[in-house]
Structures are given as structure tokens and as C-alpha cells.
Design a protein around this ligand. Structure first.
Ligand code: SF4
Length: 270
């Protein structure tokens, strides 16, 4: 657990964050949108951390390791990789490493063959394009967010969530709300995003509905809320709507308490 209360095993947030409050007080002003009311409530429930202290290349590797797996599974893979290669020349070490060696080390995190290839490829790309991990880090912090995002998305194996996590956790950019499976599920159940919205639509909806400084902890607190309350198969409101701290803000799209069933919000359009 970090000082803010954020679990240290959060692969993208957690350990290594700036431990400062994000500089906003949820109670200080009326929320302008329902999304802001939700994030204010989650900030009161969990934390209001600001981000940006991670090194960009390591952040990229962390987020690749977290793709399609839980933080609990990817954290040991990350730790083992850093123990083997995590010196000041991380990008050089990974670019020069045997892919099979990387795959064996990160095996506990799952999809190790695929992820080892992506990690080795992005290490080589960063060195070829920027010369060093430090220069890549400066690029991520200093260039325009849209350009950085587009550049990261050109890397094979790097999708929108990974690019946005690097912008947030290494670039320290306000106004970036990465959308993972928890965020995608929760904001469609809430009725804030359309039931059939894809990840990119949820992201653009949230980024336009929220003050920029609330997007970072909006992302990390939503993930924590998705683990504790609004889980994929057994949201707490299924048995008791009042058990959820967001019950007064939620449309409960796809939740049927009478029949005790849960469907993806998109299925409610059928
Ligand atoms: S009321 Fe239910 S569906 Fe809505 S946020 Fe809470 S747990 Fe999720």
C-alpha cells in the first residue's frame, strides 16, 4: 500500500507514483457532469493521487506486461524482469537479450511469448528512434500529447490503453483517462457512456466530461472500484442496490436484480 492508499501492486499506478494529491478537492465545487460526480465520489472513497514520476520506457514495459492479465499476475513478471535487466541500460539490455530468455522470465504474467517479442521490439525501436531511454522519456514528457500518443500507437503491440498509460504515468499528462476492461464496463453500466460504446468512445466521453486534473486518479480509482464493487460477474448491487457507493449515480445498465442476472450493457440493445 502506498501513502495515498493505492495498492502497491497496481502495475501502472501504485508503487512509484508521485505521492502528492492531485490538487483538487472533490467537495470544493459542484460537479459539472455525472462523470465528474462519480470521480469525485471515487476520489473521496479511495485517493486523489497525481502521476508522472515513472520513466517512460519502464512504464511502457510495465503496461505491456499488464495487457490482458491482472496486476497480481503481471507484477511478479515485472519484478523478475527488472531484477534481471533493470539497470540504467534497461532498453539496451532488453534489445540485446534473447527473446526466449525474456519469455521465460515473464512467464508468470501470461502471454509470455507474445509480450517478450513486443518488449524486445519496442526496446530496439526506442533506441533506434531516440538513441536512449532518457531521450525517449524527454520526448514523452515534452512533446504534444496527441503526437506522443500517435507515435506510441505506431508501435506494433502497443494499443490505446498502453499509450495512454505511458502518457499518464510517465508523461504526467492531465486530461488522459486510459480505458481498461474495468473502466469500459463501469461507465457503460452507469449510463455515462452508451451501452455499445467501444473503448475509444468511453475514453473520449470521459475526457470531455471531466476536468483534466481528475482524469488520472479517475482512472486508477475506477479500477479499484471495479475490483471491489462493480465486478464483471457479481456487482454488489445485484443483491442490494444500496450496497454500492455510486447507487444514486448509476443506471445499472445490464443489471437485473429481480432475475439475479448480469449481461454486458451492449446486450440490452438486442
Ligand atoms: S450500482 Fe451496480 S452497476 Fe452501478 S456502479 Fe454500483 S455496482 Fe456497478
Amino acid at each position: 500500500m502506498t501513502e495515498s492508499g493505492e495498492p502497491a501492486h497496481n502495475i501502472a499506478g501504485g508503487e512509484g507514483n508521485d505521492e502528492e494529491a492531485a490538487g483538487v478537492s472533490p467537495a470544493s465545487s459542484e460537479p459539472g457532469t455525472r462523470a465528474e460526480a462519480v470521480v469525485d465520489r471515487l476520489g473521496e472513497l479511495y485517493w486523489q493521487t497525481s502521476y508522472g514520476s515513472q520513466q517512460a520506457f519502464e512504464s511502457l514495459v510495465r503496461t505491456i506486461l499488464s495487457q490482458n492479465t491482472s496486476d497480481q499476475a503481471s507484477q511478479p513478471a515485472h519484478d523478475a524482469l527488472m531484477e534481471q535487466f533493470g539497470d540504467e541500460a534497461l532498453a539496451h539490455s532488453l534489445a540485446a537479450a534473447d527473446r526466449d530468455e525474456i519469455a521465460v522470465i515473464i512467464q508468470p504474467g501470461g502471454l509470455h511469448n507474445q509480450k517478450s517479442a513486443v518488449i524486445k521490439r519496442v526496446a530496439a525501436h526506442v533506441l533506434e528512434m531516440y538513441g536512449s531511454a532518457e531521450a525517449f522519456d524527454r520526448y514523452v514528457r515534452e512533446e504534444g500529447a496527441v503526437e506522443v500518443r500517435d507515435t506510441l500507437l505506431e508501435l506494433k503491440g502497443v494499443g490505446p490503453k498502453t499509450a495512454d498509460c505511458v502518457l499518464l504515468f510517465a508523461g504526467g499528462r492531465d486530461g488522459v483517462f486510459p480505458v481498461d476492461t474495468h473502466v469500459h464496463r463501469i461507465y457503460r453500466r452507469l449510463g455515462i457512456a452508451p451501452p455499445d460504446a467501444d473503448h475509444e468512445t468511453v475514453r473520449t466521453d470521459l475526457e470531455s466530461d471531466l476536468p483534466p486534473e481528475k482524469c488520472g486518479y479517475g482512472h486508477t480509482t475506477s479500477i479499484q472500484f471495479g475490483r471491489e464493487y462493480c465486478t464483471a460477474r457479481d456487482p454488489v448491487c445485484l443483491e442490494d442496490p444500496e450496497a454500492c457507493p455510486l447507487s444514486d449515480l448509476c443506471d445499472r445498465v445490464g443489471i437485473n436484480g429481480e432475475s439475479g442476472t448480469v449481461v454486458d450493457p451492449a446486450e440490452t440493445l438486442d
